[in-house]
Design a protein around this ligand. Structure first.
Ligand code: NAD
Ligand SMILES: O=C(O)C(=O)C[C@@H](O)[C@H](O)[C@H](O)COP(=O)(O)O
Ligand code: ZN
Length: 368
C-alpha cells in the first residue's frame, strides 16, 4: 500500500493507494473514534457491484451501517436527492461522530461530502473513490457540492475527508468511457504542474489505455501527489488552487448547457482544455506546437475537442456565473507552457466568444 498525505494541520489526512485491499477499510475505521452507526452512500451501478461487500466488511466488524443508493449520473448532485438523504440520516439518528462514507465516482463523492459537511454542521466523511476520475481528483481536496439549474457545483463547501481509500482493482469494472474521462483530469495535472508527467502520459499512452497496473498505479499516485500538494498550500482556493480549474471554465459551461447529459465531466474538461489552450495561443502565451501537443494528447485519450449541442451565447452566459468571477471578471487559467499555467482576468469578451465559436460545432459537422 502507498500513502500520499494531504497536509492541512488538524484536518490532515492520508490517501491510501493499493490493489485488492478494500478489507483494509475496517483497520482504518478502527483508528478513529467513530460512532458505530453510519451511512454508506453509493450509486445504482457501484452499489450493485460493491455495496454488499462493503456493508459486510463494516457490519461484521462492529459497525451498523445502512446503504443509501442514488441513481447513477450527475442528476444525483441535486437539492432533491440531498433532501432525501437528510431525511434518512435524521431517521437513522446519526450523531456527530457517525461516519458517512462515499462509495462511488465523483458524483457520489461530491454529494456525500456535501451531506457530511452540512448534517449537524459536520460529521466524519470518508472517500472510497471507484472511478478513475474520483481516484485522481474528486476524492482529494475537500471540494463538495451539488449543482443548481443555473450552474455546476454552485452550492457547496470545502470539507475534508478523514481518509481516502483507493483500490485499483475496483477500476476493472469501470466502463471504458469513464476511464477516458479520468484521463482528462490526469492530462490536466501534466499541463498545470509537471511537463515530465505530461511526457510520460504521452509516451505511455498505449499502456495506460490497456490499463497496465504498474502504469496506472504510477499515474494515479502522481496525480494525487500533485493535487495534495496544491491543496496543502491553498485549501480554500485563495490563489494557487485555481490552477486545478484549468479547462473547467468552459467545461462547466458545456456540462450546464447540455443538461449534464451529453458529456461526462472528463469529456467536458477535454473540450475546456482545448478552449483554454486556444485562448492561450491567441494571447501569444504559447505557440502552435504546444497547442498541437495538447490537442494530440486529448485525442489520444479518446476525449472530445469540440462541443456539440451548445451555443456560444449560452456558454458565454454560464461562464459569467463561474465561481472564479470576481467583480464581473472571469479568472482564466491559461497556459504559459506545458507544466506551467498563468491566471488572467483581463480577457476580452470578443476573444472569449471567438474561442467559443471555434469549439462549438453543429451536429451536421463531420469528422471531428
Ligand atoms: N470535488 C472535486 O474536486 C471534483 C473533481 C473532479 C470532478 N468532480 C465531480 O465529479 C463528478 C464526475 O465524477 P465521475 O467521473 O466519477 O462520474 P460518476 O460519479 O458519474 O461516475 C461515472 C460512472 O461510472 C460508474 N462507476 C463508478 N465507479 C465504477 C466502477 N468501479 N465500476 C463500474 N462502474 C463505476 C458510475 O456509476 C457512473 O455511471 C462530476 O460531478 C464532477 O463535477 C469533483
Ligand atoms: O479541486 C479543485 O480545486 C478542482 O478545481 C478540481 C476540479 O477537477 C473539479 O472539477 C472541481 O469540482 C471544480 O471546482 P469548482 O470550484 O469549479 O466547482
Ligand atoms: Zn474536474
Amino acid at each position: 500500500m502507498q500513502e500520499v498525505s494531504v497536509v492541512l494541520g488538524s484536518q490532515s489526512y492520508d490517501i491510501h493507494i493499493g490493489e485488492g485491499f478494500l478489507d483494509q477499510l475496517e483497520v482504518l475505521m478502527q483508528s478513529f473514534s467513530f460512532s458505530k452507526r453510519g451511512l454508506l452512500i453509493s450509486d445504482s451501478n457501484v452499489a450493485l457491484l460493491y455495496g454488499d461487500k462493503l456493508l459486510n466488511i463494516l457490519n461484521q466488524n462492529g459497525f451498523a451501517f445502512d446503504l443509501f443508493v442514488v441513481h447513477a449520473g450527475e442528476q444525483a448532485k441535486s437539492f432533491n436527492i440531498a433532501q432525501k438523504i437528510y431525511t434518512k440520516v435524521i431517521e437513522l439518528g446519526l450523531d456527530r461522530k457517525s461516519p458517512i462514507i462515499a462509495l462511488g465516482g465523483g458524483v457520489v463523492g461530491d454529494l456525500t461530502g456535501f451531506i457530511a459537511a452540512t448534517y449537524l454542521r459536520g460529521v466524519p466523511f470518508i472517500q472510497i473513490p471507484t472511478s478513475l476520475l474520483a481516484q485522481v481528483d474528486s476524492s482529494v481536496g475537500g471540494k463538495v457540492a451539488i449543482n443548481h439549474g443555473l450552474g455546476k457545483n454552485l452550492i457547496g463547501a470545502f470539507y475534508q475527508p478523514k481518509f481516502v481509500l483507493i483500490d485499483l482493482e475496483i477500476l476493472e469494472t469501470l466502463p471504458q468511457r469513464e476511464i477516458y474521462s479520468g484521463l482528462a483530469e490526469i492530462i490536466k495535472y501534466g499541463i498545470i504542474a509537471d511537463d515530465k508527467f505530461f511526457d510520460y502520459l504521452d509516451t505511455n499512452s498505449q499502456k495506460i489505455l490497456e490499463l497496465d497496473k504498474n502504469t496506472l498505479s504510477h499515474i494515479i499516485r502522481r496525480s494525487c501527489e500533485i493535487k495534495a500538494d496544491v491543496v496543502s498550500k491553498d485549501e480554500k482556493e485563495a490563489g494557487l488552487r485555481i490552477i486545478l480549474n484549468f479547462g473547467h471554465t468552459i467545461a462547466h459551461a458545456v456540462e450546464s448547457d447540455t443538461g449534464y447529459k451529453k458529456y461526462n465531466h472528463g469529456e467536458a474538461v477535454g473540450i475546456g482544455m482545448h478552449g483554454a489552450a486556444l485562448l492561450s495561443l491567441y494571447l501569444g502565451l504559447i505557440d502552435e506546437t504546444v497547442l498541437n501537443r495538447v490537442i494530440q494528447i486529448i485525442q489520444k485519450f479518446q476525449l472530445p475537442l469540440y462541443a456539440f449541442d451548445c451555443t456560444v451565447e449560452n456558454l458565454f452566459e454560464f461562464i459569467g456565473r463561474d465561481k472564479k468571477v470576481t467583480s464581473g471578471k472571469v479568472k482564466w487559467v491559461l497556459m504559459n507552457s506545458i507544466g506551467q499555467v498563468i491566471i488572467r482576468n483581463d480577457i476580452s469578451d470578443d476573444l472569449v466568444k471567438r474561442v467559443l465559436s471555434e469549439i462549438v460545432k453543429s451536429s451536421d459537422s463531420k469528422n471531428l
